[in-house]
Design a protein around this ligand. Structure first.
Ligand SMILES: Nc1ncnc2c1ncn2[C@@H]1O[C@H](COP(=O)(O)OS(=O)(=O)O)[C@@H](OP(=O)(O)O)[C@H]1O
Ligand SMILES: OC[C@H]1O[C@H](O[C@H]2O[C@H](CO)[C@@H](O)[C@H](O)[C@H]2O)[C@H](O)[C@@H](O)[C@@H]1O
Length: 280
């Protein structure tokens, strides 16, 4: 099993800027290989499909929403033992200097706790994380104050299945093609549903850090995208790593004029119909 000397966990919700931060940290070569190690569902061995985000959709026009979602793909159950699961994650996430990094979205916390129960860690999230890593990690909390922008970003991603724009082509979840984006449509009910989901995740992280008396390193989306290299440098410093290794941003912004137009429309619809607009 890979020896971990130091660990950190980037805690976030979808479309908060988390990949920009972890890709920047990964590019240093000394800050672990932080990926979303906890996203795969046990019954498919795959991340949640677009439909999964809408399984409890209670807004208007459910058939219209379903028709816009990216089609599901088949998977296979993850039959690894808990020990194998842990070894795979430690191997994949650790750089040769013994630093492990990972990214955890709040919706993935039940999966992490469930896997860790096989390691005889029968408690809450903190117990599960300690059982997995064997050391107490540093926590980094990524937040996006503008939940309308965040939800629009996710509504476009669940339609197109394009989660990242990585000019290096190194990300497995790169582009789906312009045709998928042509087929994507604005839908106020769908965006409201995602805004509620993302706001709830952010609130859950706030509650958890308060309850655990942890003061995480905080990264706000607006500041991260304004100054990605400097923000990454300050996180490296907080981790005791060399801030001069912070790279220029390895990812490109995905949002464009179309996203901005959907955000404007959503804000107006949210005012009119009482849809969520803030994270609180
Ligand atoms: N370099 C750079 N500059 C500006 N913005 C950037 C950059 N890299 C990533 N991003 C934006 O981050 C948003 C994606 O967030 P996440 O990485 O947390 O999403 S994911 O759920 O993990 O896929 C998503 O936000 P939107 O632009 O609003 O769609 C990305 O475009
Ligand atoms: O709903 C499926 C998943 O969508 C996002 O993850 C995908 O993009 C991430 C950023 O490139 C990548 O780290 C991940 O492996 C991809 O599956 C979202 O960040 C996930 O939380 C979500 O499960």
């Amino acid at each position: 099993m890979t020896a971990v000397n130091q660990a950190y966990l980037v805690c976030a919700s979808q479309r908060s800027g988390s990949t920009l931060l972890v890709a920047s940290l990964a590019a240093t070569g000394v800050a672990g290989r932080p990926a979303e190690y906890f996203e795969d569902l046990p019954d498919t061995g795959l991340p949640p499909q677009s439909q999964d985000w809408f399984s409890d959709y209670a807004g208007p026009d459910p058939d219209g929403v379903r028709a816009l979602l990216h089609p599901a793909v088949a998977g296979r159950p993850d039959e690894r033992s808990a020990q194998r699961w842990r070894d795979d994650i430690l191997d994949a996430g650790t750089t040769p200097n013994g630093v492990w990094g990972g990214k955890l979205m709040w919706n993935q916390t039940p999966l992490l706790i469930e896997h860790a129960s096989g390691l005889d860690a029968n408690g809450g999230l903190r117990t599960a994380i300690r059982a997995l890593l064997g050391v107490e990690p540093t926590y980094i909390l990524v937040n996006r104050d503008d939940v309308a922008e965040q939800a629009v970003s996710m509504w476009r991603a669940v339609q197109t299945q394009t989660w990242v724009d990585d000019p290096s082509g190194g990300s497995p979840t790169v582009t789906a093609g312009a045709d998928r984006d042509d087929a994507a449509r604005y839908h106020a009910g769908a965006i409201a549903h995602l805004a509620a989901e993302l706001a709830a995740q952010q609130q859950a992280w706030d509650r958890w850090f308060r309850d655990e008396a942890i003061d995480p390193i905080r990264v706000e989306f607006a500041e991260l995208v304004r100054a990605p290299q400097a923000t990454t440098a300050s996180v490296l410093t907080a981790l005791g790593l060399d801030p001069d290794l912070a790279p220029p941003p390895p990812l490109k912004r995905q949002g464009d004029g179309r996203s901005a137009e959907w955000v404007r429309r959503y804000r107006a619809d949210a005012e009119a119909y009482g849809y969520p607009l803030t994270r609180n």
